[in-house]
Design a protein around this ligand. Structure first.
Ligand SMILES: Nc1ncnc2c1ncn2[C@@H]1O[C@H](COP(=O)(O)OP(=O)(O)OP(=O)(O)O)[C@@H](O)[C@H]1O
Length: 253
């Protein structure tokens, strides 16, 4: 599992996100995409997903050119957007919601979908830490953090080898974040997991590579080469506060 960004130039509105940028995301592993608000993390994901066309360059997934095409990505990538377009008032329980996600997925033949669903759903819900007593609750009754966990579970049952999560830790409380970080570490042992985060240190023990975006610049490499004062200064500018040996990123998340 490999995503190659080849000489990629991305422009959104007036803003240049990256120019002539080349990087290879290799899995299994965890790749963190960091950068201040508006740096272009979501834009990069939407470009990888074929929902936005780059101004230049190509995107290859497992050597297949998928640039600007959502169709070619089918069954290869699961994506969790930062903001959901799923109405919270759907009259479905947690379990029914997950069943719908499986039944609607055309990856499996219809007859198999029913058979696959029970175990897959139970595993995914347990993995993200949604307790069994919630499975029969209406999704409208879930808290923001529980709903976020459900959305993560939904990306996992699609069983793709590549998973992209846009700020999956937003809405999750501090204790839950640690649990989710461990979960992402576990997932990244088998899949290529790419996620954006405003709290890079939390996931650092599991991170194979970091992509730092900001001010039209991109730095990609091993965590120790990217999370340096020099790079973070260029990416975060004035949001970077240094207190003795401690660096604090003061963005709005
Ligand atoms: N629909 C849009 N049309 C035009 N420009 C947009 C659109 N959405 C976002 N942008 C601009 O694209 C740039 C990158 O935004 P993007 O949402 O990708 O950043 P981000 O790093 O994901 O930010 P955040 O951390 O706040 O989620 C910003 O300058 C933003 O204003």
């Amino acid at each position: 599992m490999k995503i190659l960004l080849e000489n990629l130039t991305i422009i959104r509105g007036e803003k240049k996100i990256v120019e002539n940028f080349t990087a290879e995301f290799n899995g299994p592993g965890l790749i963190q995409v960091i950068g201040p608000n508006g740096a272009g993390k979501t834009t990069l994901f939407l470009t990888i997903l074929g929902l936005l066309k780059p101004a230049g360059g190509r995107i290859l997934i497992d050597n297949k050119d998928v640039t600007g095409s959502t169709q070619k990505l089918k069954g290869m990538v699961a994506y969790l957007p930062q903001r959901f377009e799923i109405p919270r008032n759907l009259p479905l329980t947690v379990f029914e919601f997950m069943e719908c996600c499986i039944r609607l997925n055309s990856k499996w033949p219809r007859i198999l979908r029913r058979k696959l669903s029970y175990d897959n759903i139970v595993n995914a819900l347990k993995l993200v830490g949604l307790e069994e007593q919630l499975w029969s609750s209406k999704i409208s009754k879930l808290s923001g953090g529980q709903f976020q966990r459900l959305m993560i579970a939904r990306t996992l049952i699609l069983e793709t080898s590549i998973v992209i999560l846009d700020e999956p830790l937003s809405n999750i409380d501090p204790e839950g974040r640690k649990m989710m970080a461990d979960l992402f570490g576990k997932i990244s042992r088998e899949k290529l997991l790419i996620l954006s985060s405003h709290d890079p240190m939390l996931l650092m023990p599991y991170t194979s590579k970091i992509l730092a975006l900001g001010g039209g610049q991109a730095y990609y490499g091993a965590p120790q080469d990217v999370v340096t004062k020099g790079v973070l200064n260029k990416i975060y500018g004035e949001c970077l506060i240094e207190v003795k040996d401690h660096i604090h990123i003061a963005d709005w998340h």
